[in-house]
Design a protein around this ligand. Structure first.
Ligand code: ADP
Length: 482
């Protein structure tokens, strides 16, 4: 039997993306198809979404969707089966989906994502004659209210909430509660209330039948007071329905054999020669010395505290001291961006950076660097280390969340069993990162060992096959027993 899943998300690749959430929402429909799961996805009708949905059909009109008329438009967009909430007063704004031109959250985000969740709940409860899902799969706080809206219906589909980053919780003033159109009983600790405020993620976590997050490691961490960001109590209470399912990567977009961005394509067999060409290319592009023997560390990241970028900036002397180089691609915190420019000035030819967001350059940094740094303080799953594994670029990572689940440290035990594929460090401090950089440089100087680590990484399954199987099994558990 085909399982019909209605996904609800505020971003989906390739239509609209700010982070890993979009990648997951975009990849799951195709990955789930062989498992007998058909996914349709409700998304806000941002300009980019409506443009891609030009052939779409109006399947429902809404007289008042939180302050204005709206409609649901269904159709195919870039291979995805989309139902867009076309609400001009909420979503007809260019640029980042959450932030205004001043870089601050849109003040009406509470309304925008309540409207998204309300519309998704209506579809879930059968508002479209021709479609009724078996399961609703909501992603992150923007979709969290969906399950508050479906909870009070006499019958409703099974519900799964996936947390991509617990740091974003969607908390708003309790004075907005009457505008949400929920029954009074929804406002309480047993409902959407969160320490006196309204919590959209909290609502989803409370009402969902099942909770998943994007790695087993993160699933365990966020149940602790240290990493639970205020939600650990609720998450502990809901432990019995919570699992961690790792993300896969888009194996077509991230395939060193066919990647159009690379100076030289390669497979495991041809990696050595081709990677040397890619290394020379990225060194040239970022103004680094053409030094084939220097270990080249790469970074492709948002430049934020979460990502541990301050620890890397502090370790620039460590990298230079090891005779190594650093290739940086990132954007974010202005102080951190400036830090790399300064470092580049102090160490010309050894540190190269490009500040901004550039998909092609990200591929080139991955293919040309010897090691890829991911020093995150917390990391729900992380994609960059998975790209590193696939590209034969040794991941050097903090031992947190999904990083600890996917990278096997080159310690003596793992080396003797032949299973190591990278370097981990913990705790996430300047000192331990320094040791990790030094260990990596030492490994690099043992070519046979390095090659073995690289080959192990390239052989690792980072596809969506296994994760999709797990999601499908979870959905199946929630089907009504006939
Ligand atoms: P997060 O979603 O927390 O930023 P992930 O590792 O899950 O972290 O996903 C980050 C994604 O964004 C990866 O696909 C990474 O390659 C990409 N990325 C981050 N910064 C840049 C950048 N400056 N240019 C291009 N791609 C980037």
């Amino acid at each position: 039997m085909t399982i019909k899943v209605l996904a609800v998300t505020s971003e989906i690749y390739p239509l609209i993306k700010t982070g890993g959430l979009a990648d997951v929402a975009g990849a799951l429909p195709a990955a789930l198809k062989p498992e007998g799961v058909e996914v349709r996805t409700v998304v806000p009708g941002y300009p980019a979404v409506m443009a891609a949905l030009s052939e779409g059909e109006t399947v429902m009109t809404i007289g008042d969707s939180f302050g204005g008329a709206a409609r649901l438009v269904a159709g195919k967009a870039k291979g995805l089966d989309i139902i867009a909430l076309d609400a001009q007063h909420l979503f007809a704004r260019p640029g980042n989906p959450y932030l205004g031109p001043d870089g601050k959250d849109w003040p009406d985000n509470w309304r925008r994502f309540a409207a998204l969740s309300r519309a998704a709940a209506d579809v879930a409860l059968g508002a479209l004659d021709s479609y009724r899902p078996d399961i609703v799969h909501a992603h992150d706080w923007q979709a969290g209210l969906t399950f508050a809206y479906t909870h009070f219906a006499p019958s409703r589909p099974g519900s799964v909430l996936t947390i991509h980053n617990l740091a974003f919780q969607g908390q708003f003033s309790p004075t907005l509660f009457p505008a949400l159109g929920l029954p009074a009983e929804a406002f309480g600790a047993d409902g959407i209330e969160y320490y006196g405020a309204i919590g959209y993620l909290k609502a989803g976590l409370y009402y969902a039948d099942r909770i998943t997050t994007v790695s087993p490691g993160y699933a365990a961490e966020i149940r602790t007071p240290e990493e639970g960001m205020g939600m650990d109590g609720l998450l502990r209470a809901r432990s019995g329905v919570m699992t961690g399912i790792l993300n896969g990567i888009d194996e077509d977009a991230w395939n060193p054999k066919t990647d159009p961005h690379l100076a030289a394509n390669y497979t495991k067999k041809t990696a050595a020669g081709a990677r040397a060409l890619n290394k020379a290319a990225i060194q040239a592009r970022l103004g680094l010395d053409p030094d084939p023997d220097a270990p080249l560390f790469g970074l492709v990241s948002r430049l934020t505290w979460q990502k541990g970028i301050d620890l890397l900036l502090a370790n620039i002397p460590t990298i230079v001291g090891q005779g190594a180089q650093l290739a940086v691609l990132g954007s974010g915190d202005p102080g951190m961006e400036h830090g790399f420019s300064v470092a580049q000035g102090i160490h010309p030819g050894r540190i190269g950076s490009w500040i901004g967001y550039d998909e092609g350059l990200a591929h080139q940094v991955l293919a040309g660097s010897d090691a890829i740094l991911v020093p995150s303080r917390f990391e729900p799953c992380g994609l960059t280390q998975l790209y590193g594994l696939r590209y034969g670029t040794l991941p050097v990572v903090a031992r947190v969340g999904g990083l600890s689940d996917t990278v096997v440290d080159a310690n003596p035990a793992a080396l003797s069993r032949g299973v190591a594929n990278g370097v981990q460090f913990a705790p996430v401090t300047y000192e331990m990162m320094k040791v990790a950089i030094e260990r990596t440089a030492a490994l690099y100087r043992q070519p046979e060992l390095w090659k073995k680590l690289q080959t192990n990484g390239m052989a690792q399954d980072v596809s969506w096959t296994d994760p999709a199987r797990r999601y499908a099994a979870l959905f199946r558990e929630l089907l009504p027993t006939a």
